[in-house]
Design a protein around this ligand. Sequence first.
Ligand SMILES: NC(=O)c1ccc[n+]([C@@H]2O[C@H](COP(=O)([O-])OP(=O)(O)OC[C@H]3O[C@@H](n4cnc5c(N)ncnc54)[C@H](OP(=O)(O)O)[C@@H]3O)[C@@H](O)[C@H]2O)c1
Length: 138
Amino acid sequence: MNDVWLSYLDFRDLESYKKDVFMFKPDFLFHIGAYTSLEYCEENEKEAYRTNTMAVENAVYIANELDIPILYISTAGIFDGKQDTYDDWDMPNPLGVYARSKYMGELFVTRHCRRHLVCRAGWMMGSGPKKDKKFIQK
Ligand SMILES: NC(=O)c1ccc[n+]([C@@H]2O[C@H](COP(=O)([O-])OP(=O)(O)OC[C@H]3O[C@@H](n4cnc5c(N)ncnc54)[C@H](OP(=O)(O)O)[C@@H]3O)[C@@H](O)[C@H]2O)c1
């Protein structure tokens, strides 16, 4: 359930995404939404890539059109977990559909967006009791 001040947008639809962002005229585009359930992504591969990878192309197109930077939240899950720690220079080796879909989004951002920042997050927390899908609530 969303707060009342939020409007609905399916960012997989380029025209709707463009309309909302162009109207708002932001200084930055934070592309944060994704299908985050590993299980769902494994079972719904096409939807996972459509949402987590292909929709990122929409975000990149919009950011380039407006000449604003994009913030793309990737995941530490792009690494295979064989090492204790990783740094920016380690080669990703995403193992599942979710991780691959996020890594492909990352590649699209870094290759095609003129101004970008990619953050590879570990665990998130928060969202409030009504819609928290993160590890503390789970
Ligand atoms: N959770 C973690 O520990 C973690 C770790 C590393 C990276 N990340 C990354 O951090 C970002 C945020 O994760 P999170 O944990 O906050 O995820 P979350 O709680 O699962 O929220 C994901 C959000 O994406 C929205 N969304 C999904 N498909 C959409 C679409 N087609 N159009 C518009 N919005 C859509 C969802 O909207 P609805 O609520 O309407 O479904 C939801 O608000 C994601 O990119 C995720 O890959 C998360």
